[in-house]
Design a protein around this ligand. Structure first.
Ligand code: GDP
Length: 363
């Protein structure tokens, strides 16, 4: 699962990307089989439950969940017609699972705004318009083939045609596909198109240093817009966070308390992005390591085991599961078992956020 960071030039994308991906020890260990390109980074997802677990199970290593963030540079007006880095930009967005759009809400006469004044809603519209146009083009290209196959009686193609028509009507009314509800079978029939306005989106309002809570009217407008279009909003002062991320632990705590933050906003953004991707965590906890693993909400136990290793999914027998409250009450796994609180779950179990698991499997 990966998120792509987009935004107009000079809104603070690189500042945020660098702060998010460098504030943690490089977690490339979590991605041993994929190459990390220069415009990609790993963001770790801070989770206070890890430190609660390690009060009772002391491991050699603590590994938080992480996600991949891709810096998708270069959108300008006209991207859908190939302006700027247009086509390359769009093909990158097609590949990500969620979009993080940085919008500028900070005033700074030293930092030029591409269109002359700070107007986050206009910025959002500029990018959304390009994505709407690009999606329309994708559907226009796909329709003749889908219609032809549908005429030969193909059931899935018929669903595809129906879905394309609904999507087109929605896009023509200038609405993103995120706000269109399609029957599951129709949505599945067009899922391979990578339609961009259907992807979940998080607006990151890059706020002024003196408005960290995002109370400024510009930020309120972003919130209002997001609510109408099925998006979420998080606030950050990218410049300040970049400075905070470079401090050692002691200075960082002092700086955070000086500016009135309980934790770096980067942590909140990492968690919001994780949620926007539709992910939740389960844990494995042993003396070697205590680790959070990302799984899509609604995953079954074998699918969750497959996140660790595909062999675990194939050979899945059962899972033994307890939760953090049990650990805090009974202190050790042995006592949890003795109290009959260790649940045995089978193949159809739907994972719950925060489950602490052992998987039993055949190899
Ligand atoms: P990008 O083009 O969107 O990647 O923007 P950059 O991250 O390169 O930032 C553009 C300029 O804005 C740089 O000079 C940054 O130092 C500055 N900048 C970024 N974030 C903030 C912020 O939160 N407040 C202020 N005042 N300046 C910022």
């Amino acid at each position: 699962m990966e998120a792509g960071i987009v935004g107009l030039p000079n809104v603070g994308k690189s500042t945020l990307f660098n702060a998010l991906t460098s504030s943690v020890a490089a977690q490339s260990a979590n991605y041993p089989f994929c190459t990390i390109e220069p415009n990609e980074g790993i963001v770790s997802v801070p989770d206070s439950r890890l430190s609660r677990i390690t009060e009772f199970i002391v491991p050699q290593k603590i590994i938080p969940a992480s996600l991949k963030l891709v810096d998708i540079a270069g959108i300008v007006k006209g991207a859908s017609e190939g302006e700027g880095l247009g086509n390359k930009f769009l093909s990158h967005i097609r590949q990500v699972d969620a979009i993080m759009q940085v919008v500028r809400c900070f005033e700074d006469p030293d930092v030029t705004h591409v269109s002359g004044n700070v107007d986050p809603i206009a910025d959002i519209d500029t990018i959304e318009t390009e994505l709407v146009l690009a999606d329309m083009q994708t559907l226009e290209n796909a329709l003749p083939k889908a219609e032809k196959t549908a005429r030969s009686g193909d059931k899935e193609a018929k669903l595809r045609v129906a879905a394309i028509q609904k999507c087109n009507a929605h896009l023509e009314s200038e609405q993103p596909l995120r706000t269109l509800e399609l029957p599951e079978a129709e949505a599945a029939a067009i899922s391979s198109y990578g339609l961009m306005t259907a992807k979940p989106i998080l607006y990151v309002a890059n706020v002024d240093e003196n408005d960290l809570a995002g109370e400024h009217e510009l930020v309120q407008r972003v919130r209002g817009h997001a609510q109408k279009t099925g998006a979420k909003v998080a606030c950050v002062c990218a410049k300040l966070e970049a400075e905070i991320a470079e401090l050692d632990e002691e200075d960082r705590a002092e700086m955070l308390s000086d500016v009135g933050l309980e934790e770096p906003s980067l942590n909140i953004i990492a968690r919001e992005t994780y949620r926007t991707l539709g992910l939740q965590s389960y844990f494995t906890a042993g003396e070697k390591e205590v680790r959070a693993w990302p799984v899509p909400i609604g995953s079954t136990a074998p699918q969750a085991a497959g996140v660790i290793h595909s062999d675990f999914e194939r050979g899945f027998i059962r899972a033994e599961i307890y939760n953090l409250d049990d650990l805090e009450q009974y202190k050790t796994e042995k006592e949890i078992r003795a109290a009959g609180k260790l649940r045995v779950e089978g193949k159809s179990y739907i994972m719950q956020d925060g489950d602490i698991c052992h998987f039993l499997f055949n190899v």
